[in-house]
Structures are given as C-alpha cells and as structure tokens.
Design a protein around this ligand. Structure first.
Ligand code: HAM
Length: 441
C-alpha cells in the first residue's frame, strides 16, 4: 500500500528531539511564571469571524493564509493562525478583565498559516506567547520587552537584535494613511491586486506585503514615526527611556509594521541573522483597541509571541547544550516465565515510586535483553532467573562502573532505591567538581 506522508509544511517531533523541546518549553513557561504570567489554553479552532475582526481582514494572514472550512453544522471555522485573538476572546468571555488588573496570560500553542514553507516557516508551527491585559503605561511596554530579552539571556543566546518602532494610534494613523495613499497612488500599476485593494481600505498593509514588487515600492514609503501624534510620541519616548535605563540594547526600525492589524503604539521584533530569511524569532507589541474590537471593554493591552521552531533553530545554530535525553533508571532482564512475573512486579513498584523501570516485553534471550538495556542507556540492570527467585538473591549492576552488588530478593526495591540515590548524589557532586575545575582554570 502506498505510504502516507506528513502534510507539506508540517513536522513530526521525534523522540530523539522531543526532550529538547520539552526542556525549552518548560524553561519558557517557568520564566513566564516568574514574571507573573499564568497559563491559558484555548481551542485550536475558533469562529472565522474572531480572526477576521481581531487580526484584520486586510492582512495577509486573514486574506491568504488561514485554514478556514465549514464544519458539518455549516459554521465557518478557522484553525488559529496566532494566539492573541483567542486569548482576548477567552478573557472577555470568562470576565477575566473584572479581576485585578493587569491580567497576565501565557500560552504554548500550535498555529496554522497557509504560507510557502521554507526554513523557519511552516504551515503548522508553535508559539510561546504572553498577553498582559489592562495597562496603558509605557512602563508595561518596557517591562514586557525586558521580559522578552530575559528569555534570550536565560538561554544564553547571543547576537539577537531588538528592533523597535511605534505605529501610532487611530488618531495619528489617519494623517499617515493619507500620506501613504498619496505615495502609493503613483505606483498603482505595479502593486499586486491585493495591495491595489488595500490602497483604499488599509494602505499600511501594503508595507507588509510579501510580493517582491510591492516590497520594492514600500522601501521608500513615508514612515509612521514622522506622523505620530503627541500622545503616541510621548509614549514612545518613555518606552525608549526605560529601555535605556535598563541597558537593553535596541535599534529603532521605522519599517516594522507587523503583519497583524491590532497593533497600536509600540511594536517590536527580536531578530537573528543566523537562521536564514525568516529571522524574526519573537514579535509583539501593544494592542489598545483589540479588546473593544472583540466586544469587551476599552482595555489597553500588549503581548508578544515567539516561534518555538525558530527558537530551536537559533539554539542549534549556537550549539546549545541541551540536557541529555532521559534514560531508564533500571532494566530488569528476566529468564523464564516466573522470572518475568517477578520483574513485572518489581518494575511496577519502582514506577509507582517515580523511577523509570523497564522490563523485556519481546521475550528475548538474556544476552539480547542486556544488549538492549545497554543501547537504551539503562543506568542499572538486574538479571532475574527462576533459580535466583528460589535462592532469594539478586544482582544489581551499575552499568556505568560495571560493579554488581548482591541483595536479598525481598529487599531488592529498597536496595536499588538507596543505591540510586547515592549514584545521583555522586553524579551531582562530580558535576559540581567539573564546573569548579573549569572555573579555577
Ligand atoms: P507574529 O509575528 O505573527 O505575531 O508571530 C510571532 C512569531 O511566530 C514570529 O516571530 C515567528 O517566530 C513565529 N511564526 C510566525 N509565523 C510562522 C510560521 N509560518 N512558521 C514558523 N514560525 C512562525 C503574532 O502571532 C502575535 N500574536 C504576537 C503577539 C502576541 N502580539 C501581541 N501578543
């Protein structure tokens, strides 16, 4: 029968790498927790209208990239292309905004965009994101950016640049739109059909078009920074001043507009030049109008999201030393039926105590079982034969040192657990010594 392959733009996360993802995701969520963010989980599909209204129906994401379909009940459904709209919907729906503000939410989600796949650009990808709802203060923008910078520090990553811009509010955007319209009107013949349409509806979206010809024209378009109203301009100055105080290096890039319509005022991106054309690892900003747009109160908010695939690419590019994949604590080899039953009982007891204990479930020879135990990196092994059960003794072997100790069958679990604790303590100690030695040198 013909083999079925994974869909274009999707990836399987295999056991050889999943522990690395788990490590990165745990670290991200722990950092979020230390900044006071609590986890939110929302459904993978939402009503299409949520994204059309939230992300904006003149964006590439909504116009070209959404996985939208009708369900069997005739509803228009969309697989989430990003996490913010769903988070805001949930916050409104569950009255989270009536609680103490700010409401700080974090999430790890899969997202779906029908884009042309390339390195760092997938159709199913994963985001770590945070949303801070209920503050208009520029202090919040600066702290959020610090939080993002802290993530890269926590992973020990270097060479990631922070690019910052302000895209103003609806008030200053009215003048800016007029300037953009005047500029692009002279190039209408060259613009792609989507951008021709955007010229009337939302000219700022032309700045984010991926079409090479539109990109070329957009290069010389007026920039929003020259059109900011007094309030937006003051806000931006304060954000920059806070960042200066904290020493987070940044570059103002007036060309950043972001690909989603909900942004107001501060926008930012953390960019790597080590992972190819899709270098934006993290992006975010303020969205003061989104909550109201989605039917909530007028509550200002801000947030960011990081692409996990892109983070992993940067970590790999910088040879990040991930912790090794976990290996079994013990493999119990067995010879014969009674021995297998004994091995099963012991392993079950050890698993209940929190140890990773495995047994042979292939009915292999003891030699093959030992070979397998070695291959999967079992820290300890024990061979149980029917005569061992009769004699009431077992040998516990440390696979690293090759040393064995004999113990009473009845005391096997206790002996193993004590041995194991001593082994772990010794390892922790030798790791500390290694670090110390390196440090002294
Ligand atoms: P975004 O810039 O569209 O923002 O996506 C955030 C990050 O997701 C990007 O910087 C990138 O790392 C990753 N990403 C986006 N598209 C893809 C793709 N096709 N393949 C792989 N990775 C991708 C948002 O989604 C906003 N919701 C961020 C936000 C949260 N703003 C405020 N709060």
């Amino acid at each position: 029968m013909a083999q079925i392959k994974a869909m274009r733009g999707t990836q399987d996360l295999l056991p050889a790498n999943s522990h690395e993802w788990k490590f990165a995701e745990d670290l991200l969520m722990n950092i979020a927790a230390s900044f006071g963010y609590k986890e939110l989980r929302t459904p993978v599909f939402e009503s299409t209208e949520l994204f059309a209204r939230g992300v904006g129906d003149t964006t590439d994401v909504v116009q070209k990239e959404m996985y939208t379909f009708e369900d069997k009940g005739g509803r228009s459904i969309t697989l989430r292309p990003e996490g913010t709209a769903g988070a805001v919907r949930a916050a409104i729906e569950h009255s989270l905004l009536n609680e103490a503000l700010p409401v700080k939410l974090s999430y790890l989600t899969s997202c779906y965009r029908y884009e042309k796949p390339q390195a760092g650009r997938l159709r199913e990808f994963h985001q770590f994101g945070v949303e801070c709802l209920g503050t208009a203060s520029p202090a919040a923008d600066a702290q959020l950016i610090l939080f993002a910078a802290h993530i890269f520090d926590a992973f020990g990553l270097e060479g990631i640049t922070l690019e910052l811009n302000s895209i103003g509010c609806p008030k200053c955007r009215a003048t800016y739109h007029a300037a953009l319209k005047a500029y692009f009107a002279a190039h209408t013949d060259t613009l792609c059909p989507t951008c021709k349409d955007r010229l009337e509806k939302n000219p700022m979206r032309i700045l984010d078009c991926k079409n090479p010809e539109c990109k070329e024209i957009a290069k010389d378009a007026p920039v929003i920074l020259d059109y900011l109203c007094e309030e937006c301009s003051e806000h931006f100055e304060k954000v920059k001043a806070y960042l200066d105080i904290t020493g987070v290096p940044f570059k103002v890039n007036p060309r950043i507009v972001r690909g989603l319509d909900y942004y107001t005022k501060t926008v930012f991106e953390f960019v790597s030049n080590e992972i190819g054309a899709q270098g934006t690892v993290l992006g975010g900003g303020r969205y003061d109008g989104l909550i109201e747009e989605l039917g909530g109160k007028q509550v200002p908010a801000l947030g960011f999201a990081m692409g996990i695939e892109r983070l992993m690419l940067v970590l790999k590019a910088q040879n990040y030393a991930f912790p090794a994949a976990p290996t079994p604590d013990i493999f119990l080899c067995s010879i014969g039926e009674n021995a297998f039953k004994a091995a099963l009982t012991i392993s079950d007891e050890l698993c209940a105590d929190g140890f990773a204990a495995e047994v042979d479930i292939l009915g292999r020879s003891v030699k093959a079982q030992m070979k397998y135990a070695n291959k999967i990196g079992a820290k300890y092994t024990a061979v149980i034969g029917d005569d061992d059960i009769e004699k009431g003794v077992l040998n516990l072997k440390n696979m690293e040192t090759g040393e064995s100790i004999e113990c009473a069958f009845e005391q096997f679990v206790e002996t193993f657990e004590n041995e194991y604790i001593a082994y772990i303590e010794q390892h922790a100690l030798s790791n500390t010594l290694d670090v110390g030695e390196e440090y002294d040198g």
